[in-house]
Design a protein around this ligand. Structure first.
Ligand SMILES: *Cc1c(COP(=O)(O)O)cnc(C)c1O
Length: 389
């Protein structure tokens, strides 16, 4: 058997016969009831009780003091960076190995992404390599971190919890502190993941979530900003609701806001999905365990497990090929997709995308190696539900 065939057999052992998609949502709870309530009330849009409830439920679940629901995860990042003090002309450190939205949100605010390498044990930003890099290329001037080569202020640092696996957030926080960087966590993929018991997205000044259709829970489209500071949370709410000053009839807007509020109908879906999150997480952990058993005899392949001290949501199951097998990645993708098992490579590293190729970056040996070797496997929660096989 070729390596591709062995991997196909291992996947089949877990998911049965194809076609099986990479990740699909599951609506087995109160979705219909809440949506009906929403329609019956006519409150489908920018106000309604489900928005308030979803924000309260999200804050309670994550342990963040506040959650502000918005239209999507990209908008959440855009607003969080702006509230975090990122100004046009600044630079923002982000991993090269992330979804393009992380970089796009930086550019929406007029800033430039500055790409950082990853580490293999978390698939996320490498704080030790970043510290060494910043020591070499920056000066601290009046409590600002200045990139000596570009003269621009490096204002913020955005780690991302890749496929739900928590980044080394302790090390990352220390770098942010020492170099005067605002820390905003892109927790779009990590709802339900914790680092030493604390929910991802609650360590930095702000954290952002996504409820896109392919994420662990979905509102159709949606996102949220997690914030512990009450004043900042009020400002986030204001800015994402067109900055309208509360008044019974007057249209007064005291700054240029955004129409980023999550509609009530999407929040209704979110409330129902959040109720099922514990079941989804248990199912995803079972899928991981089944893949673990299935991949035991497969050489040159390692299934990614949660980092030490962390609890992952196992959003997307991931295997890493040994460097010696990296050349077979495309054959593996072709064979498995041909058999109806939707597998995917890593995102193209952002510094190699046309809009971002001129952005500053550190050496990216680990991200480049991960990009060559990484494959995501079918991961939908229902695959781990009882009787689903
Ligand atoms: C999904 C995702 C986003 C963006 O979320 P949307 O809701 O699709 O805008 C941002 N960052 C990462 C890492 C993501 O995976």
């Amino acid at each position: 058997m070729t390596l591709a065939q062995s991997i196909q057999a291992a996947i089949s052992q877990v998911v049965g016969t194809g076609p099986v998609v990479l990740h699909e949502p599951r609506f087995a709870g109160n979705e219909w009831a809440y949506l009906k309530e929403c329609l019956d009330s006519t409150f489908v849009s920018s106000v309604g009780k489900f928005v308030d409830r979803f924000e309260i439920d999200l804050a309670a679940y994550t342990g963040a003091k506040h959650a502000v629901a918005v239209v999507n995860g990209t908008a959440a990042l855009h607003v969080a960076l702006r509230l975090g003090g990122v100004q046009p002309g600044d630079e923002v450190l982000i991993p090269a190995l992330t979804f393009v939205a992380t970089a796009n949100a930086v550019v929406y605010g007029g800033a430039t992404p500055h790409f950082v390498d990853s580490e293999e044990c978390t698939l996320g930003l490498d704080p030790r390599a970043l510290r060494e890099y910043l020591q070499g290329i920056t000066d601290i001037d009046q409590k600002q971190c200045v990139n000596r080569a570009t003269g621009r202020v490096i204002r913020a640092l955005v780690p991302m919890h890749t496929f739900g696996h928590p980044v080394d957030i302790e090390g990352t926080l220390a770098v942010a502190r020492d170099f005067h960087l605002t820390l905003v966590e892109d927790a779009a993929e990590s709802l339900g993941s914790t680092f030493h018991g604390r929910h991802t997205g609650t360590f930095g000044l702000m954290g952002t979530l996504s409820f896109n259709g392919n994420k662990t829970i979905t509102t159709g489209g949606g996102g949220a900003i997690l914030i512990n500071d009450t004043e900042l949370a009020k400002h986030a709410k204001h800015l994402t609701t067109t900055a309208k000053v509360s008044h019974r009839w007057e249209y007064l807007h005291d700054e240029i806001g955004y129409n980023y509020r999550l509609p009530n109908i999407n929040a209704a879906l979110g409330c129902a999905q959040l109720e099922q999150l514990p079941d989804f997480l248990a199912a995803k952990r079972r899928i991981f365990e089944r893949y673990q058993a299935a991949f035991v005899g497969v050489p040159q392949v390692r299934l990614i497990a949660e980092p030490e001290g962390c609890h992952s949501n196992y959003w997307l199951q991931t295997v890493l090929l040994d460097e010696s097998a990296a050349g077979e990645r495309d054959a593996i993708l072709a064979t498995t997709n041909g058999a109806g098992f939707m597998t995917r490579p890593a995102w193209t590293l952002l510094h190699r995308l046309a809009p971002y190729h001129a952005c500053p970056k550190m050496e990216l040996p680990v991200a480049e190696s991960l990009e060559r070797r990484l494959i995501n496997l079918p991961s939908s929660a229902h695959l781990g539900m009882e009787g689903a096989r």
